[in-house]
Structure formats: C-alpha cells, structure tokens
Design a protein around this ligand. Structure first.
Ligand SMILES: Cc1cc2nc3c(=O)[nH]c(=O)nc-3n(C[C@H](O)[C@H](O)[C@H](O)COP(=O)(O)OP(=O)(O)OC[C@H]3O[C@@H](n4cnc5c(N)ncnc54)[C@H](O)[C@@H]3O)c2cc1C
Length: 394
C-alpha cells in the first residue's frame, strides 16, 4: 500500500476513498489515516445525517448475536479508551457513559426462561459478561420497576453515548490525521483504471487504490457498482424523547421480547426506542414516525415504569437503518472487485461497533491481517460464486 507521500496528486486522487460519512465511514477514515494513508470521505448529504447521527446511542454487548460478540467486546474496550484514539477533548465530547449496565427486563416466565437459556449458552461458549438477574436482584438495580418484571439479564459494562457528537468527534480526529471530507456529493459509479479505482461522483471523478463502502441504507447500490449483488433492506426506526425528569435511572433498559428500550440522559430526558418501525421514504432519504405505532412502545415503558405516566413526549424522530437478512453486518472484501471493501448492514445495533470495525478494516487493508476475524460477516455468505467485475454506474 502506498503512503500518503506517494499519492498521485491531491484533490482527486487518494490512497483510499470511503463512501459514506456515517460513524463507520468516519471511523474507517480515521483508522486508515492513522496508518498513514491519504483518505477521502464522500458523503452525499452531511456527515452523521443518517443513522449514525440520530440513533439511540446505546453501547451494548447485551443480547448480541453470538457472531458479533468478539467484535463487540473489542469495541467496548475502545469505548473505555476513547481518549487514546481521539485525545481528551474529543473523547469527552462523545459523552460516553459506561459501566451503568444494559438490563433486559423479563415480563413473564417465558422471557425469563429465554434469559436463562441465553446466559447458559454464553457460559458454554466461555463468555460471562451477561448475568442472570432474579426478581430481587433487578429491584436493587431498578428500584422503580413494576411488579410485572420477574427478573432479567444484565451486561454490566454497557452504557450509552451521544451519537451525533461521537460521529463528529471521529470525523474531526480523522481530519486531524489528514483525512479529507467532501459533503453533498454522492458516489454514482465505479470504474477500474489499471490497479486503481475511479469513483464517479456528482462532482466529478475521484481516484483511489482502495474503496470502502460504508453507505448505510444505500450501501447495496454502491455494492452493485462494484459488481456485488448484496441483500439489504432499508428500515426506518423510531425514537421519542420526554421532557426532563428527576434522575431515576442509570442503566439502559431493554425488552426481551417486547418493543422496549429506554435510557435517561445526563440532562434528565428519557429516550425511548426499541425498534418501532417508521415509514421509509427512500426517494426523499427520510423516514416518518407513525404516532399509532409508538403507542405500543410507550405502553410497554409504562407497564414496567408506571411512574412515567405523566411524562411529556417532546419530540419523535426516525432514522434510516440498513438491515441484512441475518441481522448481522456485511463486512469484508468485495468478491468481484479487488481493493473494494464493504462495511454496512448493521441492522439496528451498529453504533457500538463503530470504533472497532474501522480499525479492523484498516488492519486488513493496510497490513493484510487483523487480530479479530470478520469471517462471519463475509459478503460471500449471501452469494454463490464471484461475478466478474465489469464496471457499473447510474
Ligand atoms: C433510530 C435508531 C436507533 C438506533 N439505536 C442504536 C443503538 O442504540 N445502539 C447501536 O449500537 N445502534 C443503534 N442504531 C444503529 C446504528 O445507528 C447504525 O447501525 C449505525 O449508525 C450505522 O452506521 P453507518 O455509518 O453504517 O450508516 P449511516 O450512519 O447511515 O451512514 C451511511 C452514510 O452513507 C451515505 N451514503 C450512502 N450512499 C452514498 C453514496 N453513494 N455516496 C455518498 N454517500 C453515501 C449516507 O448519506 C449516510 O450518511 C440505531 C439506528 C436507528 C436508525
């Protein structure tokens, strides 16, 4: 891999181009720049405009797909050490609060049985970060929880951060390390030119040896330009926030088999989510909340925490997220186009993985190896046989 000093020319030619300025694009750019590459991030809107800037900020290992656990554990180490990656000021600006725990609350015996099975399964695999909570245990941690709650499961290291500020911090650190960002330009095609790539954009061609597709809910379009037909569904996820309330909650609370996720922020507001679907509007690149659907989420919160009955919802919003058929991300090299990499499809839980995925990709791209395996996320799990790259564009 050529170093920045060896890059052809500044302006349109780089060692690496990252398509998409979400958290994963910013983290990938940061880690590539840290290794000395010249990097350009192309963002069709504004950095952090989509899922990465509007998500619930949950930083959890709790109840993850088993395939994600090694990455998630390594990510958690990074969250606790943001300072060495970002420097003290930017690290602080992320508002990461860890060690408050994420708690899955069981509302009946079948959910409790699921928790027991899950904790045993993880123990069998050598993981002990999820612990079972009895009815009494959970009341010590959540004194205000209603009688409905019969117990649950906790991952104690977990916490939350401010998503928009975290994405911004990673972008600023990437820029400090020399990465360039172009906002308001979309990547509209990809052509091969010798051993380099020409990314066609609405502002003209940009050249690089390596291209990383961090395109979120649009990533399958860019994958298609590379000759990869990869499954992805854009979904809209809803959040709502209350007016400020006196402090009553440190942990993040999530449902086991219910639409429930909420946390109290430092300012006292309560952010409520849990996967309520919004109406997706891809042509306008947005998603609309549907009041009727949010009743279920609000009712579940009240079932567990009746004290919130008089809380005022001050705002609702929705974000567009990329979901894969097996609900784990697609991360790895393109089958069709050497030098093109994909990292997308985080399926509702990619914020926590942000600090590690970019780092692993940079290791693989620059050094050809990584201490952490991403085999489980390989794009080729969805395909049979690699198509031949021909060059594609709109
Ligand atoms: C409401 C909601 C709540 C969530 N809560 C949590 C949570 O609590 N914890 C958690 O871990 N995760 C959560 N998530 C998931 C998390 O937000 C995402 O997994 C993560 O932010 C994905 O980051 P990304 O960089 O892959 O995608 P994005 O943030 O969507 O960024 C992709 C970017 O690529 C750009 N782009 C796409 N195509 C092109 C192109 N051709 N040219 C130029 N630019 C392009 C887009 O404009 C976009 O800005 C939540 C998501 C939502 C929507």
């Amino acid at each position: 891999m050529k170093s920045r000093m060896q890059s052809e020319k500044a302006g349109t030619s780089y060692d690496a181009i990252v398509v998409g300025g979400g958290f994963h694009g910013c983290s990938t750019a940061l880690h590539l720049a840290k290794k000395g590459l010249s990097v350009l991030v192309i963002e069709k809107n504004a950095v952090g405009r989509h899922a990465s800037g509007v998500n619930a900020g949950g930083v959890r290992q709790l109840m993850r797909d088993v395939a994600e656990i090694p990455l998630s554990m390594a990510a958690m180490d990074r969250w606790f050490d943001l300072e060495s990656l970002l420097g003290p000021e930017l690290a602080q600006s992320c508002h990461f609060i860890g060690d408050v725990g994420q708690i899955g609350v069981a509302g009946d015996s079948s959910e409790m049985a699921w928790c027991e099975k899950r904790v045993n399964e993880l123990r069998g695999l050598g993981y002990d970060f999820e612990e079972l909570l009895s009815r009494n245990d959970i009341r010590k941690l959540l004194p205000n929880v209603s009688e409905l709650c019969v117990g649950g499961v906790i991952s104690r290291r977990d916490g939350h951060a401010n998503p928009a500020r975290t994405t911004r911090a990673f972008r600023l650190r990437a820029e400090q390390l020399g990465a360039m960002f172009e906002e308001g330009i979309g990547a509209t095609g990809l052509q091969q030119s010798g051993n380099r790539w020409v990314v066609e954009t609405s502002a003209g061609p940009r050249h690089a040896q390596v291209v990383v597709n961090c395109g979120g809910a649009w990533a399958n379009e860019f994958a298609r330009y590379a000759g990869d037909e990869l499954p992805l569904e854009p979904v809209g996820l809803t959040l709502m926030v209350t007016a400020r309330l006196p402090k009553f909650l440190d942990a993040v609370v999530v449902g086991i088999d219910r639409t429930l996720s909420f946390k109290q922020t430092e300012s006292g507001t309560v952010v409520i989510g849990g996967g309520v679907p919004a109406i997706v509007d891809m042509p306008n690149e947005t998603a609309e909340t549907v009041a009727d659907r949010m009743v279920e989420s609000a009712t579940t919160v009240l079932d567990f925490f009746p004290q919130l009955r008089n809380a005022t919802i001050v705002r609702t919003w929705a974000g567009l997220e990329a979901v894969t058929p097996d609900l784990i991300p697609t991360i790895g090299p393109s089958e069709a186009a050497a030098g093109v990499w994909h990292a997308f499809g985080f399926s509702g839980h990619g914020f926590q993985l942000g600090p590690i995925v970019g780092s692993v990709l940079a290791d693989l791209i620059v050094d050809g190896k990584s201490a952490l395996s991403i085999d489980a996320f390989s794009p080729n799990r969805f395909t049979s046989g690699a198509p031949v790259f021909a060059g594609h564009s709109h």
